[in-house]
Design a protein around this ligand. Sequence first.
Ligand code: IMP
Length: 192
Amino acid sequence: MHTLVFATNNQHKVDEIQSLVGNDFHIIPLKEAGIDIDIPEPHDNLQDNAAEKARTIYQLTQNNCFSEDTGLEIDFLHGAPGVKSARYAGEDRNFQANIDKVLVELISTENRSAQFRTIVCLIWENKEYYFEGICKGSISKVMHGAKGFGYDPIFIPDGASKSFAEMNMEEKNVYSHRQKAVTQLFSFLKAL
Ligand code: IMP
């Protein structure tokens, strides 16, 4: 079994990804790797932020590793919150405040189209590789469900009749942006 450090402190993301890859790879989150840092996300695009996270962890551990950066891109808001998704309503990264801000900004429109976009950066044997996953959908008018994290209660993927927060992990993985990017990552690794 291969081990890969995943440059995140978000246990939801670790669980989603470990459930996808089964026993072929052991995903080690930062805490388990003994790293207690909040990696900065200073850039104005997902790819550079993903690279920053992976490079930081590669330098610290010298271990093959990957990172991901995800944004919710809303058409009516010209792609916002995008790369600022985590801190949309303020530096404390409060999920509820972020959702409230989005719902207020969309209150007067029927154009609810949006997408989640994930960029994964892999550093394998000192080389960098990138993978992208997109999930198209729409923003609901009120919150639905209590599972998941972030914007899950207001995001309904195309082809589904409920929000991500009403789905269990297996259901969310059928549609999810992260699943699409990570599936490419692991197909790539298996082909090596
Ligand atoms: P990050 O910087 O990649 O951790 O993601 C930025 C923000 O996007 C997170 O704080 C969440 O609010 C949101 N986000 C990322 N992935 C998801 C998801 O799968 N569902 C809902 N919100 C998400």
